[in-house]
Ligand binder design. Structure first.
Ligand code: GTP
Ligand code: MG
Length: 325
């Protein structure tokens, strides 16, 4: 049994009894547990279709179970502004190790949100993700959340040696730091989607405060080709991103996604390149940060979209110790 950190964001009751929910017998309860669902909150925010598939029940029955779970955890109702403010007070932030980027993001990479880094190859997306995977482990007074990182690597670009170097740069013991990064390679888009429930399972046992998906879109782009596949691709990406967002909410964790840019032949004026995934990704990501190369080792991060922060730019560099101003 793994030790549970006292600093886990959602102190979990030992076992929640799904059988207490009307319509849930021992067999469905077991299926829910097998599917990695551990508490009422996860049930309450599940989609009826997903739950129906997972538990092998009808959609109507799934909806009923979800409604009951919602009553127990009081979601789905309205919140007052006071309550929203309370929840926002719990927001954590992870330092990027660049003051300029932290300021651009309102103090660091925020929990309960998706931060998307997009840009061309070599713009620094993976380096920022690796830096965050280390920074999250720092104590709060140093800009971390004393948490673990789950890292979904779709392009096989996670380098342990580099993470160890960045750990050292942050004053952490490299071996201990690597032990707190839980990396899974995703071989295709379906595999990538399946790794999210796995991350939920892991986060029940460990204080995971950061989920990285590097890259969010590469598999989807490679697998769904042509206009005919576009609607499917967007729907799958949309679902995937909402699962990631749910992870962020349930565990008060930050979610970082990286995204490449692609030529957009439809754009006649202005920047003819844009992030893959278009509006779906753009609307679901809470913060979009566009990275571009400048005079080496400098790079420029531009906050493109945020609910409450002004647009702006920050200059940063990729050094041997990690991200710095
Ligand atoms: P793609 O994944 O190819 O789209 O690019 P990316 O945006 O993820 O680029 P990445 O973050 O991997 O690299 C950005 C830049 O960081 C590279 O061009 C290098 O200049 C620099 N960099 C990468 N690895 C190291 C390293 O180990 N040490 C140092 N000092 N710099 C590095
Ligand atoms: Mg990369």
């Amino acid at each position: 049994m793994k030790e549970k950190s006292a600093k886990s964001p959602e102190p979990e009751e030992p076992e929640q009894n799904f059988e207490d929910i009307p319509g849930v017998g021992p067999s469905i309860a077991q299926k829910l547990r097998d599917a990695g669902i551990r508490d009422f909150m996860e049930l309450a925010v599940a989609s009826p279709d997903d739950l129906a598939t997972l538990a092998d029940i009808g959609t109507a029955a799934a909806q009923k179970i979800i409604n009951e779970a919602r009553k127990q955890v009081n979601v789905g109702g309205f919140e007052t502004g006071v309550e929203i403010l309370e929840r926002r007070k719990k927001l954590g932030r992870i330092t990027s190790m660049s003051k300029a980027i932290d300021e651009l993001l309102g103090g660091g990479i925020e929990t309960q949100a998706i931060t998307e880094f997009y840009g061309i190859f070599g713009s620094g997306k993976t380096q920022l993700a690796l830096q965050a995977a280390i920074s999250v482990q720092l104590p709060p007074e140093k800009g971390g959340l004393d948490g673990d990182c789950v890292y979904i690597d779709t392009e096989n670009t996670f380098r342990a040696e580099r993470a160890a170097e960045i750990a050292q740069g942050a004053g952490l013991d490299p071996a201990k730091a690597l032990a707190r990064i839980h990396v899974a390679r995703a071989f295709n888009s379906s595999h990538q989607e399946l790794l999210v429930p796995k991350a939920f399972e892991l986060a029940h046992d460990l204080p995971v405060r950061l989920l990285v998906v590097d890259s969010l879109t590469a598999h989807f782009r490679a697998e769904f080709i042509g206009r005919g596949a576009l609607a499917d691709r967007q729907q799958r990406l949309n679902r995937h991103m909402h699962e990631l967002l749910r992870f962020g909410d349930v565990f008060n964790a930050a979610v970082i996604c990286t995204n490449q840019v692609t030529a957009r032949p439809d754009v006649l004026f202005g920047d003819p390149t844009g992030p893959i995934g278009g509006n779906i990704v753009g609307h679901t990501a809470t913060f979009r940060v566009y990275l571009r190369k400048s005079k080496p080792p400098h790079r420029i991060a531009r906050l493109v979209d945020s609910p409450n922060l002004p647009e702006g730019e920050a200059v940063f560099s990729v050094t041997s110790e990690g991200i710095r101003d």
